[in-house]
Design a protein. Structure first.
Length: 135
């Protein structure tokens, strides 16, 4: 089953504060990229979810822990693991590291919603099957 993925990104100047340290909110951006790459590893594009099913995934909750700062020009690695798949949401465990040292981790919940009304909508069965490794 394909429950996890790992992606790497360079820290740009725009990601940092005046001290050259990654601004705390930008870790969520790295994690968003990690979840997008997780979907792509499963051969799912978010634009296809919109076009075929009229759905988008939105952040519902995040519990984040900061350990060490990542800095300008670091190469960060984001590990994304599916923890729980529910009717209209997915819970992920994500970790950001630099040189195999964890700098930040989070449990993030994304909800599946109708792309026009933003009302929660069940994750389509065919998508669930891919998430569960059944392709």
């Amino acid at each position: 089953m394909k429950y996890s993925n790992q992606s790497s990104y360079r820290v740009y100047y725009e990601d940092t504060d005046a001290a050259g340290v990654v601004y705390h909110a930008n870790y969520l951006k790295f994690m968003e990229r990690g979840r997008t790459d997780w979907l792509r590893a499963l051969k799912i594009e978010q634009s296809d979810l919109q076009n075929q099913y009229g759905i988008v995934f939105v952040m519902v909750a995040s519990e984040i822990s900061f350990r060490k700062p990542a800095k300008f020009d670091d190469q960060v690695t984001v590990k994304t693991n599916l923890l729980d798949l529910r009717g209209a949401s997915v819970r992920f465990e994500q970790e950001v590291s630099v040189s195999n040292v964890s700098v930040c981790s989070a449990v993030n919940v994304v909800g599946c919603v109708d792309m026009i009304t933003f009302v929660p909508k069940r994750i389509p069965h065919s998508v669930r099957r891919v998430f569960q490794g059944g392709e």
